[in-house]
Design a protein around this ligand. Structure first.
Ligand code: GLU
Length: 463
């Protein structure tokens, strides 16, 4: 099957998760069928569009790994093209010039409402054969009866009576195209076969189909994905933990965790929750898109992120956490040290920010190590101090001071002294890390080295 999809954001803000999910669906569909995925910047709203938002959207697309084919398209660079097509419709008599002012159109709508009808333009200029002129827009001469029917990839069959629609504006009085006109021209010119977008556009689709028909263009397949709601079913907002993609990046989420999460929020393959990118490309064929709105669950997103942080090769995780470690001010860390830190702390961190924060106790000098008061009260007591002191004596001379051997030494110490792990492990952990976190004690000791390990035990004895 020939598949060409597109993502068409308006650069009036950063890429949000709703938009990102649409982009991912379009991208996956194109990659699944070995087709093409285009990116088009819908920047015709000159007042609200900004270059910085375009840059930010592109950066988020790249971060998510959504590469696009061919040149980026900007609608503002295609104004002549839209005008040509509007002229074509004027010449064939399928569009007409309209001189009605905004106030007049408002009055028509008001009147229709009062009569209990749909508020609509009443076709005043339809047969006046006006030419171009100051303040005149161009309207489509819509059919006056019949139904527009299309099979939506997500919502199934949708039928709209044309009496619901009016002669829509194609070109405004200032010569700019309306959204519906520009989108149809672009989707046709770019050879788009599948238009997947948010269902806030579903009411535009019958109008766009009328333009396709007037221009004699082949209609694409449409798919309207429902909105993402907050966990309480209300409109999604910051309050629900929903943010722009760029903010998730700053929070230390892995891009694939966000991709995996967003795909599942509106598409399913049985009960499977975890998908590699290759699997998604293999499985996502445009079916099984959920017609009901999904609820955003920040905990599930973090759960997935934690999963991917554990599953990544440690060298890759270290590469990803490096900017966060630099941001935290740890100075220069070799790849080896960073990987060591990742191994120690990755099990419990849910984001890269949390992971980097967990490194702190390993990187400060003993004198600056902060102790969690609760951990100290609970774990550092006279009898545990005695045990720590005895352990320190063993650690002073044991060779080599390496993880595997330290594991044996520690186990032997516990056994030889008729102890259980509980009798000493929490105390040692508090001494070494300052709180009840981190991974295996022998790994922590190996990372710190003998001198630092002994210094930390020593300091705890005087608490
Ligand atoms: N530019 C539109 C938006 O950001 C998308 C239009 C479309 O996909 O047709 O909502």
């Amino acid at each position: 099957m020939n598949v060409v999809t597109r993502f068409a954001p308006s650069p009036t803000g950063h890429l949000h998760i709703g938009g990102a999910r649409t982009a991912i669906f379009c991208w996956l569909m194109a990659r699944h069928y070995k087709g093409q995925f285009h990116l088009r910047i819908e920047d015709t709203d000159l007042l609200r569009s900004r270059q910085e938002y375009t840059d930010s959207i592109l950066a988020s697309m790249k971060w998510l790994g959504l590469d696009w084919d061919g040149e980026l398209t900007y609608q503002t660079q295609r104004m002549d093209l839209y005008r040509q097509y509007v002229n074509r419709l004027l010449e064939s008599g399928q569009a007409y010039w309209c001189s009605c002012t905004a106030e007049e159109v408002d009055a028509m709508r008001q009147k229709a409402k009062e009569l209990g009808l749909k508020p609509r333009y009443n076709g005043h200029c339809r047969d006046l054969h006006l030419g171009p002129g100051e303040g005149r827009c161009v309207r489509l001469k819509c059919p006056q009866e019949g139904k527009i029917v299309f099979d939506d990839m997500v919502k199934g069959r949708i039928a709209v009576d044309v009496s619901e629609l009016d002669d829509m504006v194609l070109q405004r009085a200032d010569g700019t195209p309306t959204y519906n006109m520009a989108v149809v021209v672009d989707d046709h010119e770019m050879g788009i076969t599948h238009v997947i977008r948010g269902d806030d556009h579903v009411s535009n689709t019958p109008r766009q189909i009328l333009i396709y028909r007037a221009l004699g263009f082949q209609e694409p397949v449409f798919g309207h994905v429902p909105m993402i709601l907050g966990s309480d079913g209300a409109k999604l907002s910051k309050r629900h933990g929903a943010r722009a993609v760029i903010e998730y990046e700053k929070d230390g989420l892995l891009p694939h965790a966000l991709v995996n999460y967003l795909v599942r929020l509106g598409w399913s393959h049985g009960d499977q929750e975890i998908f590699s990118l290759d699997e998604l490309v293999e499985l996502f064929d445009g079916t099984h898109l959920n017609p009901s709105a999904a609820r955003f669950d920040v905990n599930k997103l973090q759960w997935l992120n934690a999963h991917y942080m554990r599953a990544l090769p440690v060298a890759e995780l270290a590469r990803l956490v490096r900017p966060f470690a630099e941001e935290a001010g740890y100075g220069d860390l070799s790849d080896e040290r960073l990987q060591g830190l990742c191994t120690l702390f990755r099990e419990r961190a849910k984001t890269l920010v949390e992971l980097a924060a967990a490194f702190a106790p390993m990187l400060v000098g003993t004198a600056d190590l902060a102790y969690d008061e609760k951990a100290v009260t609970k774990n550092i007591r006279p009898e545990t101090k005695e045990r720590l002191q005895a352990l320190a004596t063993v650690l002073k001379t044991c060779e080599p001071f390496e993880a595997e051997h330290l594991n044996t030494v520690f186990n032997d110490f516990v056994k030889d002294n008729n102890l259980t792990f509980k009798d000493i492990a929490p105390a040692l952990r508090t001494a070494l890390v300052g709180f009840m976190g981190g991974s295996h004690l022998h790994d922590i000791m190996a990372f710190l080295g003998r001198e630092e390990t002994l210094a930390r035990i020593e300091r705890t004895l005087s608490l």
